[in-house]
Ligand binder design. Structure first.
Ligand SMILES: [Zn+2]
Ligand SMILES: [Zn+2]
Length: 257
């Protein structure tokens, strides 16, 4: 049994959700699939939905909140989010718990610390989560690597990092120019190169694994993401294992402790 384990229920623009299992209970980090599908995938990891005590949101984009309203209503559990995220999420009738960047809170024996990220959303955050000395970092949906993000991820043993697009595939792909610019911008998404840089700079002797998430189905491949990040880690002399969560698929559990 791990002190903390994280399973990817889905990742990418079709829906994002992590199942985080702590020493006491479990919770979802984002709920970007329909309620039924969330339930089905939770059961694939051997958990009963009654063991899920809440949903924590990173931001209000539909690929992160699609099932949150129904899931929280059916299971009568609260939703946690920043003021900006909650204001733009349709969750009437659900208990809302406001969180803010830099302020720690706990669910089921897991301490969570939200941190600010730059992304085209109202008040988006990433998270560092810990149980005792075991620390996990989640940095997805961010347009650039800030000193603050590096700071919050430094020293984690397990890191989930966005590797959204391969630069060349995006540039040569079918997306309209304005969308390409938005994705590449400081408030968009991280490229494979960015993911490599973030993973390399944030990892320390403690870091065991980086799992790449939020891969684009159109502008990336698991192989390209993995090789860009592995190369960067090698250049920076980091011996860290790399895992890739493929678009829309389940993966894990990834555990510590
Ligand atoms: Zn987003
Ligand atoms: Zn997203």
């Amino acid at each position: 049994m791990h002190d903390i384990s994280v399973s990817v229920l889905s990742s990418g623009s079709c829906g994002n959700s992590f199942l985080v299992k702590g020493p006491e209970t479990s919770f979802l980090l984002d709920a970007g699939l329909a309620c039924r599908e969330l339930e089905r995938r939770i059961s694939c990891f051997g958990l009963d939905t009654t063991q899920v005590e809440g949903v924590v949101l990173t931001h209000e984009h539909v690929d992160h909140i699609r099932g949150v309203r129904r899931f929280c209503a059916v299971h009568n559990i609260p939703v946690y989010g920043t003021r900006g995220t909650l204001a733009l999420t349709d969750i009437d009738g659900t208990e809302k718990r406001v969180i803010s960047a830099g302020k720690e809170f706990s669910i089921g024996g897991v301490r969570l610390k939200p941190f600010k990220v730059r992304h085209l959303a109202a008040e988006p955050v990433g998270f560092s989560m810990s149980v005792g000395t075991n620390r996990v970092g989640v940095a997805s949906d961010l347009g650039c690597i800030t000193a603050n993000v590096l700071d919050e991820l430094s020293g984690v043993e397990l890191m989930f990092v966005e590797a959204n697009y391969d630069e060349r595939m995006l540039l040569e792909g079918a997306y309209p120019d304005f969308l390409k610019r938005t994705i590449k911008g400081d408030h968009g998404h991280l490229s494979n190169e960015d993911a490599g840089l973030l993973s390399s700079k944030a990892s320390s002797s403690k870091t065991r694994k980086v799992v790449l998430v939020h891969l684009s189905a159109e502008n990336n491949t698991p192989e390209k993401a993995r090789s860009a990040v592995e190369e960067s880690l090698k250049r920076h002399r980091r011996s860290v294992e790399v895992g890739v969560s493929e678009h829309g698929n389940m993966s894990g559990p990834y555990g510590l402790g």
